[in-house]
Design a protein around this ligand. Sequence first.
Ligand code: MG
Length: 254
Amino acid sequence: MIILKTPEEIAQMRVAGQAVAEILGLIRTAISPGISTIALNNIAEEECKKRRAIPVFKNYPHPRRKKPFPAAICASINEEVVHGIPGERLLQEGDIISIDFGLILNGYVGDAAITVPVGEVSKEAQKLIKHTEKALFKGIHEARTGNRLGQVSHAIQKHAEEHGFSVVREFVGHGIGRKMHEDPPVPNYGGINQGPELKEGMTIAIEPMLNIGRRNVFTKDDNWTVVTRDGSLSAHFEHSIAITNRGPEILTLR
Ligand code: MG
């Protein structure tokens, strides 16, 4: 069931979304060769405390196993697509890192992701990052009342494939509100006639994951970290948005 939000609820979600954007900005600034992913996680945890916000990924239940996610951010390096667990691994010049982060503030969730180059990265990696973010914005542009959700999905897939990248299918965006995952699922692929009609008050998280190689992925033995099957680089961008009569509003834009 899709839960429509009132303008007052969207105002609360904007507050949560702004906190996510600010904290991701601080993490982005800290990303450099030699920093560990757990140090990046600690920034998120401390900033949540300052704001009396709850990091929503921490202890998030695994869909099939008794092994909740152990950290506040997902930190996914290079061929890792999503759900990488922060640890002692140090970032190296030339890596790319995706940071996914969400929190609850005043009862509402904000959720966003960025992919950041570590120092100088290859031309190919730069192009992947650029077009993953562009694909997200192409999708957001279609998130307007009267459109079908499939128009969002299709715009993302079209942009990705036109630039030679593949789209991960196993993980998709989602409705967002008092809970991190609400209806509807928001695929990053598909036809324009699919999915529900978009209505004022819908709030969704759009989050394309693009690979340089093939689209196939698998989950590693830690039960969380998703990697590309062919080992190719993957990037991930996400914004939480509200659909209004004035067009899409990005709640997690700084
Ligand atoms: Mg999300």
